[in-house]
Design a binder for this molecule. Structure first.
Ligand code: ZN
Length: 230
């Protein structure tokens, strides 16, 4: 089961397999919201088996250090963003549009620095937590962005794309993206998984078919995706 926890800025997700896994930890002020969401499910912080971060921005890693103290769970994340959380800083945030410029000061706040326990390059196995699926590197938004792809066709994609504030079931480009070309390749990688539903870090979820709207149609990626040749 997958539960969305809405923080002040972005979403965290609770994956309830055999052992609960928290994906992302909100912004620094989101601790109470997360603890309340756990409690509503009859869970104490100690029940968390793993804290997995989709990337190292403060609105995703903001409560990671405090939640580790309370839960004893290890924090897993991709090596590419380990430097951000060791510093407790977002580093470079490249804005993509006007709204990004407006929102940036709210997102770009320092957070409690920490040393991640499980730093991966290719991903980590989810089977030990009773979850069927995998963790994929999906860099672009940040160098260390990663997504959780579940065997049931649902995926937690962090900030690879965002949902729409207004329209349900729609994907939008995220306000921030440090390397749009790399992010494009990550979208292709996710699209290849044939996802049914994507759960982003910002706003609501959307069907996997939305990924197709963000593929670069003049590059070779679409041909690769469909398995056709030019
Ligand atoms: Zn982010």
């Amino acid at each position: 089961m997958l539960i969305r926890i809405k923080g002040a800025i972005s979403n965290c997700y609770l994956l309830l397999g055999e052992k609960p896994v928290l994906v992302d930890t909100g912004a620094p002020g989101d601790l109470r919201t997360i603890l309340a969401a756990l409690k509503r499910r009859g869970l104490a912080p100690r029940d968390l088996a793993l804290i997995l971060l989709t990337h190292g921005h403060s609105d995703h890693a903001g409560c990671a250090a405090e939640l580790r103290r309370r839960s004893g769970a290890q924090i897993a994340m991709h090596a590419g963003d380990a430097g951000l959380v060791r510093a407790g800083r977002n580093g470079v945030i490249a804005v993509q549009d006007t709204l990004g410029r407006i929102l940036r000061p709210f997102v770009d706040e320092p957070f409690e620095a920490f040393e991640p326990d499980l730093v991966f390059q290719e991903g980590i196995a989810l089977e030990p937590y009773g979850l069927r699926g995998k963790v994929l590197p999906t860099p672009g938004h940040t160098a260390g962005s990663a997504s959780v792809v579940l065997a049931n066709g649902e995926a937690l994609i962090g900030d690879v794309l965002r949902g729409s504030l207004v329209w349900p079931n729609k994907a939008r480009e995220h306000y921030f993206c440090n390397d749009p070309a790399r992010n494009q390749r990550s979208i292709v990688r996710l699209a290849r998984e044939g996802l049914l539903r994507c759960h982003p870090g910002t706003f609501g979820s959307f069907p996997g078919t939305e990924l197709g709207r963000y593929l670069n149609t003049d590059g070779g990626d679409v041909l690769e995706l469909s398995g056709e040749t030019a």
